[in-house]
Design a protein around this ligand. Structure first.
Ligand SMILES: Cc1ncc(C[n+]2csc(CCOP(=O)(O)OP(=O)(O)O)c2C)c(N)n1
Ligand code: SF4
Length: 279
């Protein structure tokens, strides 16, 4: 992480690009954008020293709205792209952003193996338990009884994916849940996640007011976790398996060393490579 050493402090609004978000009025993702800019400002990270990487979805539009470097990739591949960038440019602050569909459905495999690999980056998932961009299909985190899904009128009938439990079992080093309605609290958690070495997952419950209007009520039912973050995976697992997705805060903080291979020197003699592949 490279921070600002100049005298003038960068304000949150200075991290926003000139592009106006096209999200629906009231979408939780506006709050997340605000929290990311507050976190970057809080840590005084120069925009050119940070990169925001995403896949596809309403939430994956995030890099467009920030003045940092950014890459709006293909669906489900944010973590693969972000890992490659972090390996090649370890000095950058790398943040991957996206939705529950992008991250846990098409990107599920990358999610597991990024937790396992533990690169030093932050993954912000705006979880609205629906595919917003494609107009309201059930996602991996959708409640099995939600009957308004475009493709699942009787509900999915299958257990939701539990991202935090799965992240813990797969080796993520920092696990937190927060809400888009708590702008300052979310910014503080993102700052902690960026500072923490290794793979940090921040699940932000971020309502899709268009396809899940009932989620506006989330802000009234979420409760701060009753205990400090634990570094004991067994205790964290018990907590996560019994909290019904309502606890917010930093729920687990591990100390596994981050993955940072030294990039191999590039091949100097291309004819040797030619020889290797000659049929
Ligand atoms: C390979 C591929 N498959 C499917 C799609 C269609 N698609 C675009 S976004 C999306 C789901 C987005 O849901 P989520 O990640 O939860 O983000 P949200 O829009 O809710 O923020 C899908 C299925 C695509 N763009 N590419
Ligand atoms: S469809 Fe849902 S997730 Fe997408 S911008 Fe609108 S409210 Fe947000």
């Amino acid at each position: 992480m490279t921070t600002n050493t100049a005298c003038t402090l960068l304000q949150p609004k200075e991290y926003k690009s000139k592009v106006k978000p096209v999200w629906c009025p009231g979408c939780g993702d506006f709050g997340v954008l605000g929290s990311i800019t507050k976190a970057l400002s809080g840590l005084q990270i120069q925009p050119e020293n940070a990169a925001i990487i995403s896949g596809i979805g309403c939430s994956s539009r995030m890099p467009t709205y920030l003045k940092t470097y950014g890459f709006h990739g293909v669906h489900g591949r944010a973590l693969a792209l972000a890992t490659g960038l972090k390996v090649a440019r370890p000095e950058l602050t790398v943040i991957a952003t996206g939705g529950d569909g992008d991250g846990f459905s098409i990107g599920g495999n990358h999610f597991l193996h990024t937790c396992r690999r533990n690169p030093d980056m932050t993954y912000i998932v705006m979880d609205n338990q629906v595919y917003g961009m494609t107009k309201g299909q059930a996602s991996p985190t959708t409640d099995p009884n939600w009957e308004k899904g475009k493709l699942t009128p009787g509900g999915t009938g299958i257990n939701p994916f539990q991202p935090l439990v799965i992240a813990l079992a797969s080796g993520a080093n920092f696990i937190a849940r927060t809400s888009s309605s708590d702008s300052n609290g979310t910014a503080r958690i993102i700052m902690e996640a960026i500072r923490h070495p290794g793979f940090s997952l921040v699940q932000i419950l971020s309502p899709c007011v268009t396809f899940r209007p009932e989620q506006r009520d989330w802000k009234n039912i979420l409760i701060p976790a009753p205990m400090e973050a634990t570094s004991d995976p067994a205790q964290a697992a018990r907590r996560l398996l019994t909290d019904e997705g309502l606890y917010t805060g930093i729920l687990f903080r591990g100390d596994r060393p981050a993955y940072q291979p030294r990039p191999e020197p590039s091949i100097e003699n291309i004819t040797e490579l030619d020889e290797e592949f000659r049929l």
